[in-house]
Design a protein around this ligand. Structure first.
Ligand code: HEC
Length: 360
């Protein structure tokens, strides 16, 4: 899970991911899943006003038509002040696009009603002469795409310009070899100027967490070196709740039961009263670096991994203050849901702490 939410090096949008598809595929899912890059403003030549976020003068404001036949402009209507997920598809695509679409559909399901309100998903056709609005509409219907996700078409030349600008154009496509199209998604928050590439093979829960976490910076100017908790509040929720919603809720509930994925896989344990079930030092470290604890062979971490083997708990690069906020939120929420008030820090098993059958 390297790279999830971690402060990666700034990268220009241009020129990334130019590997031919065949090679990229050969690398395999695991490696692809780690191909992330945060793209920060301030890259020479890419910024509009000095030091500012990529704005209208960076992104081409090309006209596009939605699968519902509505005319829109790329910058003004689609990305301005929004958190967006953008990918490029074509409906005649035999293999990878359906997979990409299916993955994104899971992301959309996980994000639920935030899609269309806080997050917008755009699939732009790279075969616009064939993918007329009615073709895209049929495609969206075939995948039962919900609101907040638009399929878009336009002029071939405009779309190529856009893709070049976004660094998502593969020169091998020239001559109509559409299959060479780069396989990646762009996740961005136009108002903070953060852009990140993600793989369509990324675990949808991790992707939803990434997108969700960006909402935390919703409309805030980009700032470096600050923890999430010290950022100004967006909604009137506690920093811990905010972190939980954006970082954890794709895989965990507090008192809502284990989160189960679309294929019935168990995604993560219910964290209800977890502070009473686990020793505090263990909890803090597990939230901070579960990957290392597993690598070190910590018995409890291994037992949990075995019980929830579909996704490992990712290392989300949280700092100590974040974790404090999170644990406080989980504790408060557990109490709201009826957890008895008892001192935290008791060790699992020794205090006869609540354990369900078959649970580590
Ligand atoms: C992509 C899914 C995912 C996300 C996101 C995630 N977790 Fe987990 N978490 C898991 C899984 C799966 C486990 C079970 C252990 C394992 O398989 O690694 C787990 C285990 C845990 C445990 C140990 C539970 C126990 O019974 O001791 C804690 C605590 C925890 N997570 C907290 C968090 C917090 C806090 C966040 C958000 C900052 C978070 N997790 C985000 C998937 C996730």
């Amino acid at each position: 899970m390297a790279g999830v939410g971690s402060p990666l090096e700034p990268e220009p949008l241009q020129g990334r991911n130019m590997m031919p598809l065949g090679f990229r595929r050969a690398i395999g899912v695991t490696m692809l899943a780690t191909v992330f890059s945060f793209c920060q403003p301030g890259v020479a030549g890419a910024t509009g006003q000095a030091g500012s976020i990529w704005g209208a003068d960076y992104f081409p404001n090309i006209p596009l038509i939605t699968h519902e036949g509505k005319e829109v402009r790329f910058f003004d209507d689609l990305i301005k002040d929004k958190v967006v997920v953008i990918n490029f598809i074509f409906t005649r695509c035999p293999d990878v696009c359906p997979l990409e679409t299916a993955r994104l559909r899971e992301v959309q399901k996980i994000l639920g009603d935030r899609v269309g309100k806080d997050v917008f998903i755009y699939s732009i056709s790279i075969d616009p002469d064939y993918d007329k609005p009615h073709v895209l509409k049929a495609y969206a219907e075939r995948y039962q795409i919900g609101p907040g996700w638009l399929f878009l078409t336009g002029s071939q030349a405009d779309i190529v310009t856009l893709r070049r600008k976004l660094g998502m154009y593969n020169p091998e496509e020239r001559g109509g070899n559409l299959k060479a199209h780069t396989l990646s998604l762009l996740i961005g928050n136009q108002s903070t100027g953060r852009w990140m590439r993600s793989s369509p093979f990324e675990n949808p829960y991790v992707m939803a967490t990434q997108v969700g976490s960006w909402l935390h910076n919703w409309k805030l100017p980009p700032r470096e070196g600050q923890d999430y908790a010290s950022a100004p509040q967006v909604r009137s929720v506690s920093p811990g709740e905010n972190l939980f919603r954006t970082r954890c809720s794709a895989c965990h509930t507090v008192g809502g039961g284990d989160v189960v994925g679309p294929n019935k896989e168990k995604l993560g344990p219910d964290l209800f009263a977890i502070g009473q079930k686990r020793e505090r030092g263990w909890l803090i470290r597990f939230i901070k670096e579960p990957d290392r604890m597993i690598a070190e062979g910590d018995p409890l971490s291994l037992a949990l991994l075995e019980a929830y083997d579909s996704v490992p708990m990712p290392n989300l690069s949280l700092n100590d203050a974040d974790i404090e906020h999170l644990l406080r939120y989980i504790e408060e929420e557990s109490r709201r849901k009826g957890a008895p008030e008892s001192p935290p820090g008791t060790i699992a098993g020794e205090d006869g702490g609540e354990k369900r059958k078959g649970e580590p």
